[in-house]
Design a protein around this ligand. Structure first.
Ligand code: GAP
Length: 458
């Protein structure tokens, strides 16, 4: 983990948020490479779950919503964490995490704050930061961030930053239905920032206050939910292959009844084997008709679906596959990180660090590298760059030794390096080096664009 964190900082994937002011806990900024990686993951996701399908459409809903939305969705009363403060060092902890980390094989979901306090006291659990056992009682806190619209906060009722993307899709269910004329079963997808005022244990970007989320609501007649649930679990696993997360590092875990969110009748998580244990990467929930039914009641609007074939009117049920985008970025990095021992030209052993990204998500697909900083090589390299630049995201790098530049691009996961040397001026061919095998091939400039397109599509 430390190695990935340090690489992220050194190479410009992730920076600490507001770093020059000493940071702000659990906020992170994406650097140039992290931004490319995130955008690539998102585009692949949209392609896989929206563009390639006839039964899913996408929307982009507002972050601010009428506060009634969050009352109807149950988030105002149910979206809570149980927290406890250490009186000695003032550190705040999630009570469930504190107990589970100290006592291991214990499940505390669904227990009241009083029960959690009792477990902590009876088992003499200390503060992991200072060792003190002098805690407050456990209290529950709502995870929705509040703010106010307008200049005088006191006059207005609070509005919330969205805690999930889903509600934008539920409140637009009828709009989408009427404008697209979709028939059940169909889905609405959306992606963007979500915000949760939660305690974060500091595992880099794993759990943060604001994060990118991609999810879709798949509307079905009630009697189809089981079939569609199994289907979407399969599709979610296939998505892991698209983005390059090895299935051997993931597992599916069923939520216990106590653990289920207030809106869910069944949830499974796809978990990833991180250096800090098995952790939730994605979730698949059966939300029944909970959300549409509650929005119907609170808004007074008709959110039913009319099935022309059967002549029946009903509230659709919902399967929700949800994908943390920020979390995907972390898992893609963890999964891609490899170190291997190699020998340099003089036979000295050294360690090569490689991010084995799938080409689809790699920030750069290839690097154009003039062998030396000679005017004729630079000119030819710029021509090669311009020739490929329309279709492939490239880096152009002319500084340092060629070996160092190969290492740098291995480390940031660039699948191919294209080197322009003095022979290029004679034979109109370049050397293409494969990041994973380090094998080099001589390719004519006449066929380079096709060659790269073929390689990058694998
Ligand atoms: N609409 C359903 C929903 O929001 P969730 O399990 O609460 O479900 C969805 O969150 C996904 O968002 C999780 O599977 C995880 O990938 C990601 N996630 C949740 N909380 C997060 C946080 N604080 N920081 C980063 N990612 C988070």
């Amino acid at each position: 983990m430390e190695k990935v964190v340090s690489l992220c900082k050194r190479r410009g994937f992730v920076f600490q948020g507001s770093e020059i002011y000493g940071g702000l806990a659990n906020t992170w900024d994406l650097g140039p490479l992290g931004t490319e990686l995130k955008n690539n993951i998102f585009q692949e996701w949209w392609k896989f779950f929206v563009h390639k399908r006839r039964d899913v459409v996408g929307i982009d809903a507002a972050i601010f919503m009428n506060p009634r939305v969050w009352e109807a969705s149950g988030h105002v009363s149910n979206f809570n964490d149980a927290q406890i403060d250490c009186k000695q060092c003032k550190k705040r902890h999630r009570a469930d995490h504190l107990i589970e980390d100290a006592l291991h094989d214990i499940k505390v979901e669904g227990l009241s704050p009083e029960d959690l306090t009792k477990i902590i006291q009876e088992n003499d659990i200390p503060c992991p930061d200072c060792g003190s056992k002098n805690f407050t009682d456990v209290r529950t806190f709502n995870l929705l961030f509040q703010t106010h619209i307008g200049p005088t906060a006191q006059d207005n009722e609070p509005v919330y930053l969205r805690g999930e993307i889903a509600q934008g899709m539920f409140v637009n269910f009828k709009n989408v239905l009427n404008t697209t004329r979709k028939k059940l079963p169909f889905g609405i997808a959306s992606a963007g920032k979500a915000f949760r005022n939660e305690i974060t244990p500091g595992n880099f970007i794993f759990r943060t206050l604001e994060f990118d989320l991609m999810e879709f609501e798949y509307f079905v007649p009630e009697d189809q939910w089981k079939k569609k649930y199994d289907y979407w679990l399969e599709e979610m696993n296939k998505w892991l292959d698209v983005v390059g997360i090895s299935r051997k590092n993931t597992r599916v875990r069923e939520h216990t009844q106590d653990e289920l969110s207030h809106y869910s009748k069944r949830t499974v998580d796809i978990e990833y084997n991180t250096p800090f244990g098995w952790k939730e990467l994605y979730g698949l929930a059966y939300r029944t008709d909970f959300d549409l039914r509650n929005h119907m009641e609170k808004s007074g609007q008709d959110l039913t679906y009319f099935d022309q074939q059967s002549g029946e009117k009903f509230i659709p049920h919902v399967i929700e596959p949800t994908f943390g985008l920020s979390r995907t970025l972390l898992m893609v990095l963890l999964d891609a990180y490899t170190e291997e021992e190699i020998e340099d030209a003089k036979g000295n052993k050294e360690t090569r660090t490689v991010l084995r990204f799938k080409p689809a998500v790699a920030p750069f697909k290839a690097a154009v590298l003039p062998l030396m900083k000679k005017p004729e090589l630079l000119k030819k390299s710029e021509e090669v760059f311009d020739m490929l630049n329309d279709t492939i995201v490239l880096d152009y790098d002319s500084t340092g030794s060629i070996g160092k530049r190969y290492r740098r691009h291995d480390e940031i996961g660039t699948p191919y390096a294209i080197t322009i040397d003095f022979d290029t001026l004679e034979d109109n061919a370049v050397t293409v080096r494969d990041r994973d095998t380090t094998k080099q091939e001589r390719i004519s400039l006449d066929t380079l664009a096709d060659y790269m397109a073929e390689k990058l599509s694998q």
